[in-house]
Write a protein that binds this ligand. Structure first.
Ligand code: MG
Length: 361
């Protein structure tokens, strides 16, 4: 039993060369930011965003939302002021625990979860292409897990001058445990894995570390970050007759591949009959990723489109499945949304061949 708030955090570079995730776990503020952008721009985006939030937090309930909006402006300005930072952006899932209330704000596909009475509940909705496809009934949540475009974001800090932030005041209970994490974790561990680890490791530092190490061991090809916060008080016991903690489950590579193949087939099937009717969309022109406005698609060969922006992103640097999605067009809600999709497509680029070391004298 604890009368004080307790917390733990961990991060790992995972399968990447640099860690573009950034977190803070200093009561009353907890946050996870997952940066994107070429070279080191992603690190700059996530770090800048968290630092601005820290600076901005003055007081009052609206403060966290306003701080995140200010962080967005700062990252956006930085991105426009230096070619190295062009198109950089970041997710932000942040929680402020102050004066007995817990405020949560969220942009992007990092996540917050609540563990209470032996049950895990997700507190955030992913601002991603696949999440929207699930909401629209085009794919199932299981298919979204393996979808080749699951890292394509529809919203991130730094992409436009203003941003709509999801904000809630949580209805908390004593002993609630809250997890903030980046998508590197949830791409490998499913809800059952997360629930099991959060229940088995009562110490928040151990829980945070084990979530990260299990994701890395499970083959995370991305940076992995977790922040675990235990609110003061005795956690509520699971209801009588509640299901016991789930057994450890391994998602085999074979299952992963089968899922991927299924997802690719599904996307192909969807694309073949899809008419992209969004006013904005991201597609391909002359071998480069291009932002269009208008109506397009493969339907009866009709195309009523206007090129808005040509990017330098080469189509053939992207995975095959993404190339075919781009040929059909990925819908966007606005120019900023389309730019955000392009920024995320860059993350899917095959890594450039390593530069050979200079010959020794
Ligand atoms: Mg990530």
């Amino acid at each position: 039993m604890s009368n004080a708030l307790a917390h733990g955090a961990a991060t790992d570079v995972g399968g990447r060369n640099t860690n573009q995730d950034f977190f803070i776990a200093e009561p009353p503020l907890f946050a996870v930011a997952d940066g994107m952008g070429g070279h080191r721009a992603g690190d700059v985006a996530s770090r800048t965003a968290v630092e601005v939030v820290v600076q901005q937090l003055g007081g009052g309930d609206e403060a966290l939302t306003e701080a995140v909006r200010e962080a967005n402006r700062e990252v956006f300005q930085k991105a426009g002021s230096n070619p190295d930072f062009k198109d950089m952006g970041t997710t932000m899932t942040a929680m402020l625990v102050r004066d007995g209330s817990t405020h949560l704000v969220h942009v992007g596909d990092s996540r917050a979860y609540l563990l209470r009475a032996g049950e895990l509940r997700r507190l955030t909705e992913d601002h991603s292409l696949v999440a929207r496809m699930v909401r629209e009934g085009r794919i199932t949540p299981a298919q979204a897990e393996y979808h080749p475009q699951r890292s394509v974001l529809e919203k991130a800090l730094g992409i436009g001058s203003d941003i709509d932030v999801d904000a809630t005041t949580l209805d908390t209970e004593p002993g609630d445990r809250i997890l903030l994490c980046s998508d590197g974790l949830t791409n490998v561990l499913d809800d059952q894995d997360i629930l099991r680890i959060l229940q088995e490791e009562r110490d928040p530092t151990k829980a945070a570390k084990r979530l990260v190490t299990d994701a890395v061991r499970g083959g995370a090809n991305d940076n992995v970050t977790s922040v675990v916060v235990d609110l003061p008080g005795e956690p509520r016991a699971p209801a009588a007759g509640a299901a016991p903690a789930p057994k450890k489950k391994r998602r085999g590579r074979r299952g992963l591949m089968a899922g991927l193949v299924l997802a690719i087939l599904l996307v192909a099937a969807l694309s073949a009959r899809a008419v992209v009717s969004a006013p904005w969309w991201v597609g391909e022109r002359d071998g480069r990723v291009t932002i269009f406005k208008g109506v397009s698609g493969s339907y009866a060969g009709m195309r009523f489109v206007r090129v808005q922006e040509r990017t330098k992103l080469q189509l053939d640097s992207l995975p095959e499945s993404t190339q075919s999605d781009l040929r059909e067009g990925i819908p966007a809600e606005s120019r900023a949304d389309a730019r955000s999709i392009v920024a995320n497509l860059k993350k899917l680029q095959a890594p450039a061949a390593p530069t050979p070391p200079p010959p020794s004298p």
